[in-house]
Write a protein that binds this ligand. Structure first.
Ligand code: S3P
Length: 433
């Protein structure tokens, strides 16, 4: 991936596209497959930097994984107690999901291990997992609750009994995975429901986990039976092309085989309220996840105000939603988004700076952003090394009056390695410099 991109507009398009496999599900399928008994084949897994780091880390923990040319892999799982002490430190790269989910597993092992990541990851808060894991008996060393995290043999393996205050699927999943290693019943309660891929995948692997609205109950030390998993395509990657199509006059797209997990698709509800023509077709279920083809047509968008519980269901789509708001008529206000400040970059700040560069009237508070829709001018924007910021500004280049240069776009490879090819499929003029 080149380090900068120039987007010089696009022609109208009518395309069928396929985005890569789901990142959240790939991470989880790898980790749960590694703890299961038997051979688990994972097809259509996401071959992005983040997920490749998960494979590398699991191999360092003694898990046998073979990858194949057809975008599938097999894991020869040897069960919950099979992980081995790694020879070196583990590297989670840029991935919050990898470090937070795997910490649940590492914290309950008899061996010591250390996991760290890149500069962005080293600045992200880990107290949200460290504190509840310590309550379960984990022994974790860190400096100011930031990576590197060093795990020693736990003092105890007590049941998890946690009411999670922030809306975070990573925290919930970390605690579920830690609870797999504990005798007795763990109870995890979410204040706000978040993506439930971990719960669905455990159920798919025949693990007895009970979900009653926002209460999750599971007994540890059951067996996980290896199953084949077909990873559906990633809604978060699709979201860039949904917005691109809504913005580009006379354009249409069909995005195939996308996971439409109900805790992930808040963006669809919001874009529809803004006037977007979007339909789910060919609805089905596979490997315990809901899937559809998403059809989108150009639409005139108007502004929206959003806040509250819906935010967690579009948390990763907020940057691209900001682009939609910048092109919609009227003033949009999006509140309760403080969590955006703790992502791969401070996404309120990164998006505000870039939008302003492009001539958009934008302002923010600690936990909200206001965007007045209008024209997007050309210019040079910094992605702050954040994949979703980079891809969002690339989409804004489709309808800007002059070219847009986006700096530091290497990190697009963490989630969407063929993003540029997919842009070209919808007639975008893009240069890698
Ligand atoms: C994810 C959860 C979300 C999301 C991230 C992926 C997951 O993070 O932003 O990209 O796979 O569980 P939080 O749990 O921090 O909200």
């Amino acid at each position: 991936m080149a380090s900068n991109l120039v987007i010089n507009g696009s022609e109208k398009f009518n395309a069928e596209i396929i985005v890569p496999g789901d990142k959240s599900i790939t991470h989880r399928a790898l980790m749960i497959g590694a703890l299961s008994n038997g051979i688990c084949k994972i097809s259509n897994y996401l071959q992005s930097d983040d997920c490749i780091n998960t494979i590398t880390v699991l191999k360092k923990l003694g898990v046998s994984i073979n990858t194949y040319e057809d975008n599938s892999l097999t894991i020869n799982g040897k069960g919950l107690k099979s992980l081995k002490k790694p020879k070196n430190n583990l590297d989670a790269g840029n991935s919050g999901t990898l470090i937070r989910l795997l910490s649940g597993i590492l914290s309950m092992q008899d061996f010591t291990s250390t996991i760290t990541g890149d500069l962005s990851l080293q600045s992200r808060p880990m107290s949200r997992i460290i504190e509840p894991l310590i309550k379960m008996g984990a022994v974790i060393q860190s400096s100011k609750n930031k990576p590197p995290l060093e795990f020693s043999k736990p003092l105890a393996r007590d049941c998890c009994n946690e009411k999670i205050q922030i809306a975070s699927a990573q925290v919930k999943s970390c605690l579920i995975l830690a609870s797999l290693f504990v005798d007795g019943e763990s109870i995890i309660i979410e204040n706000t429901k978040t993506r439930d891929h971990t719960e669905r995948l455990l159920q798919y692997f025949d693990y007895d986990i009970k979900i009653d609205d926002n209460i999750i109950k599971l007994h540890g030390n059951q067996s996980l039976f290896a199953k084949d998993v077909v990873v559906p395509n990633d809604f978060s990657s699709a979201s860039f092309f949904i917005v691109a199509t809504l913005l580009k006059k006379d354009s249409q797209v069909l995005i195939k085989d996308v996971c439409i997990n109900k805790y992930r698709i808040g963006l669809i509800n919001i874009l529809k309220k803004m006037g977007g023509k979007i339909e789910f077709q060919n609805l089905r279920t596979n490997c315990n996840e809901d899937i559809a083809d998403i059809s989108v047509s150009y639409s005139e968008l108007h502004s929206i105000d959003i806040s509250g519980q819906i935010i967690s269901s579009l948390i990763d789509e907020l940057p691209i939603l900001f682009i939609a708001c910048a092109c919609a008529s009227g003033k949009s206000v999006i509140s309760d988004i403080k969590e955006l400040r703790y992502k791969e970059s401070d996404r309120i700040q990164s998006m505000e700076k870039g939008l302003r560069e492009l001539g958009v009237d934008v302002s923010s508070t600690a936990s909200s952003i206001s965007i007045i829709g209008g024209n997007i001018n050309g210019g040079i924007v910094d992605s702050f090394d954040d994949h979703r910021v980079a891809m969002s500004f690339a989409i804004s280049g489709i309808i800007s009056s002059k070219p847009i240069t986006i700096l530091k776009t290497n990190n697009i490879a963490t989630s969407f390695p063929n993003f540029i090819d997919t842009l070209r499929k919808i007639n975008v003029e893009v240069y890698e410099i």
